[in-house]
Design a protein around this ligand. Structure first.
Ligand code: SIN
Ligand code: FE2
Length: 215
């Protein structure tokens, strides 16, 4: 039986991680400079900040958002908020180039008609990391997470559906896109501490766009 996520039908630059999850190598390489420019524009309206977790830990990754809602964390919990708590204003609109690359990548991974309503933007500098977690604050439990890497390389941690499952380490380069949804939607994932470096697009940082369908 062939499934929607059949690895036999994937081009060689596409690496299937498991059913519903695929790594699209260099998929956004051409768009990367424009995407980085858009991030700078967004950060002028909604600055990068280090959020505090409900447990009182300040995250090493700096975050901001664009789109209809943005992911935020504070001492009261995690939530999607239509307004930036720092300014009281709506988050900057999602640029057309963001929607475009996200929808194309999702389609390539087997998820047609992807219309994300949120984009969390992560900025990593040397030493910043994201501990193993599941993305489970979204109502849509099937639509994929589309994750675009820009700038410095990182080691992506790809686990399983239980926190205790073995974890694979995958190098992500600027322009690579990871897509996981459907049967892979709740796989544990994270990012290992970033190595120091310099990249022509982002200087001493790695930027990651994660698109989500929240509603
Ligand atoms: C995330 O899990 O939200 C971000 C992953 C990444 O930075 O590659
Ligand atoms: Fe995540």
């Amino acid at each position: 039986m062939t499934s929607l996520f059949d690895s036999d039908s994937l081009p060689s630059s596409h690496e299937q991680l498991e059913e519903g999850a695929v790594l699209l190598r260099s998929f956004a390489a051409a768009e990367a400079p424009l995407l980085v420019e858009e991030v700078a524009r967004i950060a002028q309206g909604a600055a990068f900040r280090h959020l505090v977790t409900p447990g009182g830990y300040t995250m090493s990754v700096a975050m901001t958002n664009c789109g209809r809602v943005g992911w935020v964390s504070d001492r009261t919990g995690y939530r999607y908020d239509p307004k930036d708590p720092q300014t009281g204003s709506p988050w900057p609109a999602m640029p057309a180039a963001f929607l475009d690359i996200a929808a194309h990548a999702a389609a390539e991974a087997g998820f047609a008609h992807y219309e994300p309503d949120a984009c969390l933007i992560n900025r990593y500098t040397a030493g910043a990391k994201l501990s193993l977690h599941q993305d489970r604050d979204e109502k849509d439990a099937w639509a994929p997470i589309v994750s675009v890497s820009l700038g410095l390389p990182a080691v992506f941690l790809w686990g399983g559906k239980r926190r205790s499952d073995p974890v694979r380490r995958l190098r992500l380069e600027s322009g690579d896109i990871a897509v996981w949804g459907g049967p892979a939607r709740f796989v544990y994932h994270g990012v290992a501490p970033l190595w120091e470096g310099r990249h022509p697009l982002t200087g001493t940082a790695r930027i990651n766009l994660t698109f989500r369908k929240v509603f």
